[in-house]
Design a binder for this molecule. Sequence first.
Ligand SMILES: Nc1nc2c(c(=O)[nH]1)N[C@H]1C(S)=C(S)[C@@H](COP(=O)(O)OP(=O)(O)OC[C@H]3O[C@@H](n4cnc5c(N)ncnc54)[C@H](O)[C@@H]3O)O[C@H]1N2
Ligand code: MOO
Length: 409
Amino acid sequence: MADPGTSVTSVDDYLARILAAFEPLPAFQQPLMDALGLAVAEDVVAGVSLPSFDNSAMDGYAVRHADVVTASTDAPVHLPVVGEIGAGQARLLALAPGTAAKIMTGAPVPAGADSVVPYEWTDRGTAQVRIEQAPKPGQHVRPAGEDVAVGDMLISEGTVLGPRHLGLLASVGRASVLTRPRPRVVVISTGSELRDAGTELGHDSIYDGNSYLLAAAARAAGAIAYRVGIVPDQPQAFLDAVHDQLVRADVVVTSGGVSQGDFDVVKEALAPLGTVWFGPVAMQPGKPQGFGHVGEDRTPIFTLPGNPVSSYISFQMFVLPALRKLMGRTPYARPTVEATLTHAISSPPGRRQLVRAEYADGVVTPVGGHGSHLIGDLASSDALVVVPEDVTSVAAGEQVQVLRLDEEF
Ligand SMILES: Nc1nc2c(c(=O)[nH]1)N[C@H]1C(S)=C(S)[C@@H](COP(=O)(O)OP(=O)(O)OC[C@H]3O[C@@H](n4cnc5c(N)ncnc54)[C@H](O)[C@@H]3O)O[C@H]1N2
Ligand code: MOO
């Protein structure tokens, strides 16, 4: 992708070229709490069974079913109590016929016992117990291996680990799990007109929304985001900022400075390197794009357009799939869902248009105007209607494909 492009590249070709430039990050054993939200890179097989020994489901008395089978309120059975077994205090290993042992929930059922009588069916005796109701054979005993057997497949490769998976991993004794790390994404905004939120604005300056927008999108995608903030329209300052950041970057994302202007700093600084492709992509918003590699380690760099909506949509279309590939998460690109369009849309021929919209229950409503500067409208939307390249108008009531922006996938 070193040659500067002149002809328009299709969205699909551009994405395919980008994805071909990424391989999943190498996986390593990470402590469980660090693995939350990461894709597991191994098939996890149970090394122990769960429960790992027969244990009591109730506080009560471990007995042999045959000894208490006749017990009733009118004809209670009396048994001598020969010991007490608390969870984690397995002193009594075997129970002789005709005896009972106090047992607590979770404690191992002694050999010889096969059932547990809950306290509520007894007089809670300590030397001798009066039993007024018989358990069924095996009742209130949780047998070893009932839940998980040694060798069971617990979690298959590629699963994104959530709280329940981590609980299971810890329950089978795993302190760490093979997972791919979160990619580190450095986000840089370019533009001499930019000021950081919370500072004074001049008469011709604007607040830098993009570095927050993109860093937050990277974090929401599961990456670690470093928001470097603003770099002015000076090629050397830009190159210095990029090179300063490479040490902590798996991916660099910039915004601004990639179209046809006289101060398009990103293009001016990177084009001479010959390692970054710049060109128009057949998409609206987000026509001017750039992607390539910088620095000794050939760190991937996405140079997104500066208009906030273009920047965000470019992230969704190209950066997000690349980050997911690095993380070993599939599918790479956000899937579409079908919905009924409430209002007609027109679209330029030859470009895939992504229309800001609100989605609810299979119905999608366009939000605001087409302008790529309308970040207010962007924030009010939660979906993008995809109008294909060869479609120039869609009528109200037609079925369309929609990208739901806040959906996990
Ligand atoms: N003669 C042409 N002009 C433009 C073309 C074109 O084909 N020919 N393409 C337009 C399109 S489409 C887009 S998109 C923009 C992209 O321009 P740049 O990537 O060079 O971005 P800038 O010029 O730096 O900024 C564009 C716009 O966005 C505002 N901006 C930039 N950074 C931020 C930020 N961090 N936070 C908030 N807003 C930002 C900036 O002030 C400009 O208003 O080019 C068109 N022009
Ligand atoms: O194609 Mo630019 O990305 O909108 O306004």
